[in-house]
Design a protein around this ligand. Structure first.
Ligand SMILES: [Fe+2]
Length: 388
């Protein structure tokens, strides 16, 4: 009997040790890509100190030499926790790199002067431990990206729409808002936004445009940790190839006083601050000098009879600035159907192209060749095309 109890307790101990081994709960996914760096994000099952090692994609073994480690630090100290965002810097433009995630489990932090970690290990994600990422290149002559929007947690649809996308063929994946219904729980938001397409988000830049639904739910306040941007806002600019992208955020669609917002909404103030930023951002030389200027915003800045409050506000306030700045195209979602408002339809000096919630847009913008938009259904069949 004694032997059985001993055997049983050893099995339990072994199982508990195994269960405590850190795993990657979510990720990795890539944000904040520039010509010289990118950020690797992931969430671990337990507290770990993690780092990312980067190697050129030159055919050598990853283990051929010491690879540069990058740590997440907070005020001079290496971060230890579950939600990780590691900045990789000092890279070359338009260059593909390999990266791996390493981690050490926090074993004992009961003594401030003697914190103990477990052994350092490379973190596998399923059967993979090495991922690839290509930096942006301002000098490139063209830019290609895939855009989806309004997925609303429909993972099978999400996977179908993006099944034809290979990271090596695109510069980035553009999520144009409402990928989730609400940020009720931040883990659920991460799960629905990244896990269904983890083979893409681990290996290609993800550009996030905030939809009004990502602003709902009480974990909304954690959303910026999941989608960090170069200026810490959901309105920001970035450049890839000949295109300067202007990402805007129209906030919620109804007036702040709407009962659905329970007194939380202060989007009038938010949009007013954003407008001040926008007026300066379009004067930045990197924006002014770009051969192409594209605005990305979840709620299109149209002004129809049926338009709701935020849409009308964006039309009246953002559009004059965008016209003056020479924006050549706006890409949006929100309406769950495809339509185009050509130049002049609602005060806009640029076409506004709105994507369907069950279609993917592939956009190629090349110097001297214009803007080429192709739209695909869930079967990967091209259903329409546009040229500007
Ligand atoms: Fe929306």
């Amino acid at each position: 009997m004694k032997k059985i109890v001993l055997l049983f307790s050893s099995i339990l101990m072994a199982l508990s040790l195994f269960a405590a081994e850190p795993t990657l709960k979510y990720g990795p996914w890539i944000q904040k890509v520039t010509d010289t760096g990118f950020s690797v994000l992931f969430k671990t099952s337990v507290d770990v100190m993690a780092w990312v090692e980067v190697a050129p994609d030159d055919g050598t073994a990853f283990e051929a030499s010491v690879r540069q480690p990058f740590y997440q630090t907070v005020a001079g100290r290496r971060y230890c926790g579950k939600m990780h965002c590691i900045d990789v810097t000092g890279l070359q433009p338009g260059t593909t790199y390999r990266y791996r995630i390493y981690r050490q489990k926090l074993e004992d932090a009961s003594h401030n002067n003697s914190v103990h970690y477990g052994p350092a290990k490379v973190q596998w994600v399923g059967k993979e431990k090495t991922f690839r990422m290509k930096t942006f290149d301002t000098a490139a002559k063209s830019c290609k990206f895939a855009m989806v929007c309004d997925i609303h947690q429909r993972s099978d649809l999400y996977k179908s729409l993006l099944s034809g996308v290979k990271p090596a063929d695109y510069d980035f994946l553009l999520l144009n808002g409402d990928i989730v219904n609400a940020s009720v729980n931040i883990d659920t938001s991460i799960k629905y936004t990244f896990q269904p397409i983890i083979n893409l988000t681990a290996n290609m830049p993800v550009v996030f445009v905030r939809g009004n639904h990502e602003g709902r739910g009480m974990d909304w306040k954690l959303t910026p940790e999941v989608f960090p941007t170069t200026n810490g806002q959901f309105y920001y600019t970035f450049r890839e190839g000949p295109v300067a992208f202007l990402v805007l955020d129209a906030g919620e669609d109804k007036p702040d006083a709407d009962v659905e917002y329970s007194g939380h909404a202060m989007y009038d103030q938010y949009r007013a601050q954003e407008l001040v930023w926008l007026k300066n951002a379009v004067k930045d030389p990197s924006f002014v000098q770009a051969p192409y200027k594209v605005c990305l915003i979840h709620i299109p800045t149209i002004n129809d009879k049926g338009s709701w409050y935020a849409q009308k506000w964006a039309n009246e306030n953002f559009v004059p600035v965008l016209n003056e700045a020479g924006v050549q195209l706006m890409l949006s979602g929100h309406h769950h159907c495809y339509f185009v408002r050509e130049k002049g339809a609602c005060g806009n000096d640029f076409p506004i192209v709105v994507n369907d919630d069950e279609e993917r847009m592939d956009v190629v913008i090349a110097e001297g060749k214009g803007i080429d938009i192709r739209v695909f259904n869930t079967k990967g069949e091209q259903v329409r095309s546009l040229k500007y």
